[in-house]
Design a binder for this molecule. Structure first.
Ligand code: CU
Length: 366
């Protein structure tokens, strides 16, 4: 009898173990066996080489982000900052993957740095977007894998905790990830749509302390400037509001390039502060409001909001050649603080869409 009971309880234990194993494999299939693909990250506004539609089953996208604390010029009048960066640029590189892929991130904090950093992916689920699992002191690295369960464009940023979080984010430590639907993008009618090129623009608010004479301060270490920087931050008035790290980073010889007839995808992020984007001489053909690719895009918007802490995508087909301005349509921030880019578009002028009937000249009869 005693033996029977023991056998029964052993059988019960075995059943529980078997059931748990089945339940575990049914609910949480292991990603360990998936193909691992290395993604070569590039400096914005460039985007990494990618396919718009997934070419098969989900993969593990391997990326490497190296934290670089570096001095950067913000404008030609001496404004500078100890930028806290992912891979040396503000914003950090755009990551591209597809829904249901996994990201395997190696976050490296070299021993030459001075601060603890981590990363919060708005595209990740749980543990503060990975922030709770990725704190790395100088000289450490960490590897995190997370599944991309939702499609869209999302911000990532450093999030060490407390006042360090806004200090690091406002020092440039943010970027974006684009999670494409597996079968690519669709327009407002649900028809498949392809883009011919893509640009990543990260808008950044900087809060730079000055001395009594009005000259910009420079500091020996990032932390040495934090106290003064916090005083400027509390005014909620940025000293600069720039695209891709500095005034003029995307204008003049650094202007973005496109051709008439091309569909261009603009990915725009702002990790901290609301902005509103406008293309002078055009309209947003398709705007994925809030960055979600699961919702139909809005059409023909003159200006589109990018709430602080988000990224959005806008697709525009250029119909006329010339130099376009792409800017934050708080025009004070665009023209006085730096939030403007240029797009140089080549091609033939379409006189049906616009024609100068009379050149500027003396006032008379027409
Ligand atoms: Cu950081």
């Amino acid at each position: 009898m005693k033996q029977m009971r023991m056998l029964a309880s052993l059988f019960g234990v075995a059943l529980v173990i078997l059931y748990s194993a089945v339940a575990l494999s049914a609910e949480q299939p292991s990603a360990d066996s998936l193909e691992r693909v290395k993604e070569k990250l590039v400096a914005p506004p460039a985007v990494p080489v990618h396919t718009q539609e997934a070419k098969g089953p989900p993969v593990i996208v391997r990326i490497r982000l190296v934290v670089e604390e570096k001095r950067m010029q913000v404008s030609s009048d001496g404004a500078n900052i100890w930028a806290l960066t992912f891979n040396g640029t503000v914003p950090g590189p755009l990551i591209v993957a597809h829904q249901n892929d996994y990201v395997e991130l190696t976050l490296v904090n070299p021993g030459t740095n001075t601060l603890v950093h981590n990363i919060d992916f708005h595209a990740a689920t749980g543990a503060l977007g990975g922030g709770a699992m990725t704190h790395v002191a100088p000289g450490q690295e960490v590897v995190l894998r997370f599944k991309l369960i939702k499609s869209g464009v999302f911000v990532y940023h450093c999030e060490p905790g407390g006042v360090m979080t806004p200090l690091h984010v406002a020092s440039g430590m943010n970027g974006a990830i684009m999670v494409l639907p597996r079968d690519g993008l669709r327009d407002a009618q649900g028809k498949k749509i392809h883009y011919d090129r893509a640009f990543y623009i990260g808008e950044q608010d900087f809060y730079l302390p000055k001395d009594e004479k009005g000259a910009y301060n420079s500091y020996v270490t990032p932390a040495a400037g934090f106290g003064n920087m916090m005083e400027v931050m509390k005014t909620l008035t940025p000293t600069f509001e720039v695209f891709n790290g500095s005034v003029g980073a995307l204008t003049g010889e650094h202007a973005l390039k496109a051709r008439v007839g091309e569909k261009v995808l603009f990915i725009h992020s702002q990790a901290n502060r609301d902005t509103r984007i406008h293309l002078i001489g055009g309209q947003g053909d398709l705007v994925w409001r809030g960055g979600s690719f699961a919702d139909p895009p809005a059409t023909n918007l003159e200006t589109w909001a990018v709430p602080g802490g988000s990224a959005i995508a806008m697709l525009y087909e250029f119909r006329q050649p010339g130099t376009y301005m792409y800017l934050n349509h708080n025009l004070i921030e665009a023209m006085l603080l730096g939030a403007a880019a240029e797009v140089e578009v080549e091609g033939a002028w379409n006189e049906d869409i616009m024609k100068q009937i009379k050149k500027p000249g003396p006032i008379g009869e027409h």
